[in-house]
Design a protein around this ligand. Structure first.
Ligand code: S3P
Length: 188
């Protein structure tokens, strides 16, 4: 089984900051799909790309970056909050690695996501209304796409990372039928 880890979740759930630390902890490389898009667009920001080209073209760029990652090894990938919208992307993400969805409560998400003007989808007349509508429509998609779900509400990043590592190990044991008690060498 592919050992890469893919982080999904709504804007502001901590995919990038947690992903960076998780990668360090696991001695993996860290990639962020938004950063890959920006780099390929020679430094053009996500907001500028949305304004200049529109959301669909941004989504094409997102899909193109994910296609590039299907053979990646030993990486943690933080995805943009909308990366799970396209069916093709969801299939690509499953090929890239095991998918961990990070949840947080709406107040935390909104506070973090609207802290700066880097998120064009919230840079609208009624940001809270847009946020609520997006969150409501996307939560079921995140849940369905995830192999593992972590509620990071109120947790320090280090604790979230511990939870992710523990949940991934449990999930792997379940899928492979591995029983730690039998493998420990004890005769009981
Ligand atoms: C988006 C989330 C952003 C970025 C773009 C669109 C979305 O990434 O990809 O603004 O559709 O939710 P973050 O989730 O890292 O903020």
């Amino acid at each position: 089984m592919n050992s890469n880890i893919v982080l999904i979740g709504f804007m502001g759930c901590g995919k990038s900051s947690i992903g960076r630390r998780l990668a360090k902890r696991m001695n993996y490389g860290f990639l962020d799909s938004d950063d890959l898009i920006i780099a390929r667009a020679q430094g053009t920001s996500i907001s500028e790309l949305f304004a200049e080209e529109g959301e669909e073209r941004f989504r094409d760029r997102e899909t193109a970056e994910l296609r590039e990652l299907v053979d990646a090894k030993n990486i943690v990938l933080a995805t943009g909050g909308g990366a799970i919208l396209r069916e093709e992307n969801r299939a690509l993400l499953h090929r890239i690695g095991r998918i961990v969805c990070l949840h947080a409560d709406p107040e935390t998400l909104f506070e973090r996501a609207s802290r700066n003007r880097k998120r064009p989808l919230l840079n609208v007349e009624n940001p809270r209304g847009a946020f609520n509508a997006l969150l409501e429509s996307r939560v079921p998609i995140y849940e369905a796409a995830a192999d593992i779900q972590i509620d990071a509400t109120g947790l320090p990043h280090e604790q979230t990372i511990e939870e992710i590592i523990r949940a991934l190990a449990l999930d792997l044991n379940e899928k492979t039928g591995f029983e730690p008690s039998r493998a420990s060498g004890s005769s009981v």
